[in-house]
Design a protein around this ligand. Sequence first.
Ligand code: CU
Length: 599
Amino acid sequence: MDDKRKPAPFTRRQFLRSTTAAGLLAGVQGLFPAFAWNQTGNPVAPRRREGNTDIVDITIERQRMELAGGEAHPITINGSVPGPIIRLQEGRNAVLRVHNRLDEDTSIHWHGILLPFEMDGVPGVSFPGIPPGETFEARFPVKQSGTYWYHSHSGLQEQLGQYGALVIDPAEEDSGTPDYDREYSVVLSDWTFEDPHDVFRKLTVAEGYYNYHKRTVWDLFQDVEQKGWQETWAERTAWGDMRMSSRDMLDVTGAAYTYLINGLGPEANWTGQFRPGERVRLRFINASAMTFFDIRIPGLKMTVIEADGQPVEPAAVDEFRFGVAETYDVLVEPTEDRAYTLVAEAMDRSGMGRATLAPRAGMAAEIPELRPTPGRDLEDMGMGPGMMDMGGGSGSMEGGDGGDMGHGGMGGMGASGPQDWVLNGRKVMHGPDKHGAGAAMVAMNPQYRLSDPGVGLQEVEHKVLTYEDLKARRPYPDQREPEREIELHLTGNMGRYMWSFDGDQFSDADGPIRFHHGERLRLIMVNDTMMDHPIHLHGMWMHLENRHGGLIPRKHTIVVKPGEMLSAQIHADAAGYWFFHCHLLYHLHAGMARVVHVA
Ligand SMILES: [Cu+2]
């Protein structure tokens, strides 16, 4: 197939066109190889048991196959995209043998897994990589349970399909886990027929290349009507100075991507079956390269029971947003004998993934329309007057005293007020000359936003999960107060597609971030950019300080919103070299990464 083909974002109209007749739907299914068309769950990698050790073999290779409605050439694992579910058990030893049948180096990182750093699978940080034709054995004791995943950490291979679910059963039945009758892994991803290196090049050449939602003259008139000329003009000038559109929410959009659920595009409709009255556990994994998804199952309440593999107090929600690399486990209890649509809208509403829960194969329910593209406004981004200091000569935005906490519309504080925020009253420090050219702006007054569901979800009329809803089911044994603080700024220059920490891209950084072995520290992250960044620490937990005292949740990936300041406690109990980075693949590729050295 022609590589230049750009599949259009999935629309309801297209869907109706392709599936009006049930017979046609069956025809679409027929195009897919048996392993991809899966009614009852995903393939599980064969596991060999030897004493107290579980051995799993996986083979990485490039294959031609049907994907996203076209002929594709993805990197497969054991022949499929996503790769098979790897199933392990807490308390046993794992030997994961990765065979490289590519003509280039590869790697597999076991995302969210506590293990010796040499087994972590990051080329150049924790091991040299796996050359073509060779095998790497990751050996480690399994010290945790829950839903995780695995993916390549080499170049842009992850965008080509190299990822899969990793599910770890608890050592013994956990009395706190609600019962369920069946379970499915639900792996979300974003597929493009473009070469990932072309995608990256386009982003560096023209910021907003994939953004087809630029504000229009019509929007201008609406703004003027609502806000008056003066405010509208000030806002537009600010946006212009920042060389950004208020509708840039995702760097790569449905213009380039087809959104896959368990490897199937919206029309192929992955279906998980249930018997009415059963309780079904869905293990959601955001394995995409660049896409934040908003997940709904209209007609069904979802009860969130785990976040990033860790048990949380059950939280009943109608929708949740999850960042790249996060996982959420939810329970649903469909009682009716009918189909339900699982909707996974891209955050910018440029497309959706779609799947179905149904009592029988071939059933389908109504698919909601894509909701309108939300616009970030300056306040919404912690960018109201006095909030942000734009580099590049727009000092006009720096008005006010920086203490204007009460500015309307800040989703952050909610009713409970700022007083119990651990960072309340903190003076934000910026580096010498405000992080240099790598930072186009800095947040002067970053906000608590953990009770804010995020752009586009503040106004919806049903319950949307927020980070403040996450409360650990059990207290972490170590409840020491942090002895030390590290403040880190998430920085970027969209115009030049530079992404960095504290203004320095990976290659310019001054050596690793140092953690002292055994210490407990507080990592403070300040997002100086206008994008959400899912920040991932390898090898150790980040305990997100979301005002739940001894029951703050543990995460491996924390999304930091624009204009947000948040903190996480880290128990630095894992010696070695660990990667720490933004999990947006092209942000990582552009340099938003560091090595953490624990010694
Ligand atoms: Cu990022």
